[in-house]
Design a protein around this ligand. Structure first.
Ligand code: NAP
Length: 334
């Protein structure tokens, strides 16, 4: 058996190019004691992958030049030398952009496909869902009746944030690019309103749809949208710094918020979060979200692209907004 793998060939400047990647093939090795061999079925393509390609200190070490690109995914165990896993088990974990993943058993967790499909396990039941759930509830601390604004509202994290906010009794206002995404956010995710930042002015949209101001802002994009929301904060508002995708491919320094003194005036706070800090409680969030899905209260949307060879172009869809829902790369059939 051969394993096709995407390796990082060069550190990108701006948007990653084909030449920043190398597609290699090597034979699949068999597991030794404590290891599990997994056939990769579907991979999660995440904005964070852009950050992992950069040199420098972060919450996780960068991917080294020549290394297989890091990626979360779902796969099926085909051989196991660990008593916790058997051939045929479905698992999630850090698979890498490759067709087979061989690693120590501790890197994988079993998943139950009766709770959700494979793309849902990479979305609302997976890392983005955990980010939205814990980021909103733990850092945003929304109270019933408050207004929660979410950028990247139609995306993977944004889907969970708005729906959890509604379940907790808040007014949820999304910000997304384009009419189709805004319609989805309101009609399928049941946000109260959605501002199309590509089709109009965000400040005007906030004035119209947040008549009582903003209590929680869940920021997935940074840049000018963050600055616009800062002008509408209520006293004691909480801003969750989850991501800043508008800045990830900058070739100039990251644009910081110029309206930050609104935090002072409004006794507000801005706090960063990293989902992995909540790993010991993922099971609780998965239980809640799976229950809401069963009750028909919680929707999900995934955008699945087939073919590992399409990885470089597919990853870049995140930065043009071409993905509609959680972006998933299908590597193999069962
Ligand atoms: N802190 C954590 O632990 C953690 C964990 C997971 C994800 N994140 C962050 O959460 C954010 C969302 O991630 P995701 O996986 O849910 O991705 P996603 O929203 O499914 O996909 C990315 C979306 O970002 C929007 N976007 C791209 N460029 C933009 C720009 N210049 N200005 C405004 N919007 C832009 C696009 O939507 P539109 O079409 O609406 O523009 C695009 O579809 C990212 O910043 C990511 O880094 C953080």
């Amino acid at each position: 058996m051969n394993n096709r793998q995407f390796r990082l060939a060069a550190r990108p400047v701006g948007l990653p190019k084909r030449s920043d990647w190398q597609l290699t093939t090597e034979p699949v090795a068999q597991p030794v004691e404590g290891q599990v061999l997994v056939k990769v079925l579907q991979l999660s393509l995440d904005p964070a992958m852009r950050g992992w390609m950069n040199e420098g200190r972060s919450y996780i070490p960068p991917v080294g030049i020549g290394e297989v690109m890091r990626a979360g995914g779902v796969g099926k165990v085909i051989a196991s030398k660990d008593p916790r896993f058997a051939a045929g088990d479905h698992v999630s974990g850090t698979m890498g952009v490759q067709e087979y993943s061989l690693a120590e058993a501790k890197h994988f967790s079993k998943i139950d496909l009766r709770m959700g499909t494979i793309p849902q396990w990479l979305n609302v039941l997976g890392m983005p869902g955990m980010t939205g759930y814990f980021g909103l509830l733990e850092v945003g601390q929304p109270k019933a009746g408050e207004t929660v604004v979410v950028s990247g509202a139609a995306g993977a994290v944004g889907q969970t944030v708005g729906q959890v906010a509604k379940i907790k009794g808040c007014r949820a206002v999304g910000i997304a690019g384009g009419r189709a995404k805004c319609d989805f956010v309101v009609n399928e995710l049941h946000y109260d309103a959605c501002i199309d930042y590509k089709g109009g002015n965000v400040k005007d949209g906030l004035k119209a749809h947040c008549p009582k101001g903003v209590d929680v802002y869940f920021d997935n994009v940074g840049g000018e949208i963050l600055d616009a929301v800062l002008t509408r904060l209520n006293r004691g508002a909480r801003i969750v710094i989850c991501g800043a995708i508008s800045q990830y491919n900058n070739t100039t320094p990251v644009k910081g918020p110029s309206n930050y003194l609104s935090l002072l005036v409004n006794r507000a706070r801005m706090q960063g979060m990293v989902v992995f800090d909540y790993a010991d409680r993922y099971a609780l969030a998965v239980k809640d979200i799976a229950q809401w899905m069963r009750e028909g209260k919680f929707a999900s949307r995934e955008d699945v692209v087939a073919g590992i060879e399409n990885f470089p172009e597919t990853l870049n869809r995140l930065f043009s907004g071409e993905n509609f829902g959680k972006l998933v790369l299908k590597v193999a059939e069962e």
